[in-house]
Design a protein around this ligand. Structure first.
Ligand code: GMT
Length: 377
């Protein structure tokens, strides 16, 4: 089967999920065509069944905003015709679902029928999509997708609450490739990062306000009064500067390392002892699942889809939003006792297996088969 995947090519969760899905499908014999504005970060080599088609947006002075959707729709039409594509799978509704719908309609005009699957990831619904300036167009493109999936039950419910949805939304959670991790021989050394006797607490995100970066620093400060710990802050974004200033003001600079965007997540998670994710909203929390798959317990806020990923008291703890004392208390509880820490690490790993790639992707595959039978005959 030949599938076009439209996604963001960046480090963000939706792009990572789309890329890993495509790579896995290639291994299973599918022909996958990524369409986006840059080669996705997790794709190293293109092959005979793995293609990348760049979307170019010519700039013109008249435009205050360059028309990316237009260029994307045209590229979709071109690729579908050239490679005889069977279906479109778009990740993140804005503007991908809208652009794909336009592509689908243009193709229809030429007598080519193609079904479209839209996967909702979170902020495309909760933060951006439901904004009155976008809502109508987002709702329209969701309702005109042949299939719609959401990465958690919580996101499905949010979508149905915030929009007037006429299409059935199926929940297909995000996934992790435990096998790939098992055979990856990354050196697991703290190196210069921390001495052997120091515990490492990690956070990975895009440092947007909803990640509540200052809560991480406050939580860490309380933990550091009891235990010998270091905090690794991975990623980049608008809150990073403020966070660095906060560390300086609190004299925490020596204990908190800002490592920026990294392609070496596995190397870092390998020696991490705990993961903090105090977000205000999180439809799934892929970063938390990645941590768990590396045997790292997670302390996070009890919001959105996080309770579907983290089992309270087993793979970590869910705490009330903004309650830095509760988060620190749970973190100390896990870290202060070696045996307990080991148990939580093992449990976090066990818990991650629920989201094994093989199992989860079979749901996408059923959808593709169904779409092919129903719409292509
Ligand atoms: O975390 C972000 O803000 C990035 C965003 C994205 O679009 O990549 O993440 C969303 O999609 C991820 C993959 O499905 C989910 O794991 C994240 O929870 C979700 N973020 C939010 O809902 C805030």
């Amino acid at each position: 089967m030949k599938i076009v995947i439209v996604c963001y090519p960046t480090f963000g969760g939706s792009g990572v999920v789309a890329t890993e899905l495509g790579l896995y499908l290639v291994k299973k014999g599918y022909e996958i065509h990524f369409i986006t504005y840059k080669q996705p970060v997790r794709i190293q080599n293109l092959t005979r069944s793995l293609f990348f088609h760049e979307v170019h947006v010519p700039t013109y002075d008249l435009f205050k905003y360059q028309p990316y959707e237009l260029a994307l729709s045209s590229r979709i039409v071109e690729v579908v015709k050239k490679y005889n594509i069977d279906m479109l799978h778009v990740h993140y509704a804005i503007p991908h679902a809208y652009a794909a719908y336009m592509g689908k309609k243009m193709l229809e005009d030429e007598g080519i029928k193609i079904p479209m699957i839209t996967t909702l990831h979170g902020t495309d619904i909760t933060l951006v999509g439901s904004h009155p300036f976008y809502k109508k167009a987002v709702q329209f493109s969701i309702n005109h997708s042949e299939y719609v999936t959401a990465v958690s039950q919580s996101l499905k419910e949010d979508t149905e609450r915030l929009f007037e949805i006429t299409t059935d939304i199926r929940v297909i959670p995000n996934f992790i490739d435990n096998e790939k991790l098992k055979f990856k021989t990354v050196p697991c050394e703290k190196g210069q990062i921390a001495p052997d006797d120091q515990l490492v607490i990690t956070h990975i995100s895009n440092f947007r306000p909803l990640k509540r970066i200052i809560d991480i620093l406050k939580t860490f400060k309380i933990i550091s009064e009891k235990l010998n710990v270091k905090l690794l802050m991975i990623g980049d974004g608008p809150e990073k500067e403020r966070a660095m200033r906060y560390c300086k003001a609190q004299s925490m600079e020596g204990d908190v390392l800002f490592l920026g965007k990294s392609n070496q997540i596995e190397e870092i998670l390998c020696f991490s002892d705990l993961f903090l994710l105090p977000s205000e909203q999180e439809s799934f929390g892929l970063a938390a699942l990645e941590a768990m798959a590396h045997g790292v317990p997670v302390i996070c806020s009890d919001v959105g889809g996080l309770p579907e990923v983290i089992e309270d008291g087993f793979s970590g703890f869910l705490c009330p939003l903004g309650d830095v004392n509760a988060m620190a208390e749970k973190a100390i509880y896990i870290l202060e006792d070696d045996e307990r820490h080991k148990k939580f690490k093992q449990q976090a790993f066990e818990s991650s297996k629920k989201f094994n790639i093989e199992k989860v992707i079979s749901h996408y595959e059923s959808l593709y088969k169904d779409a092919k039978q129903t719409y292509l005959g």
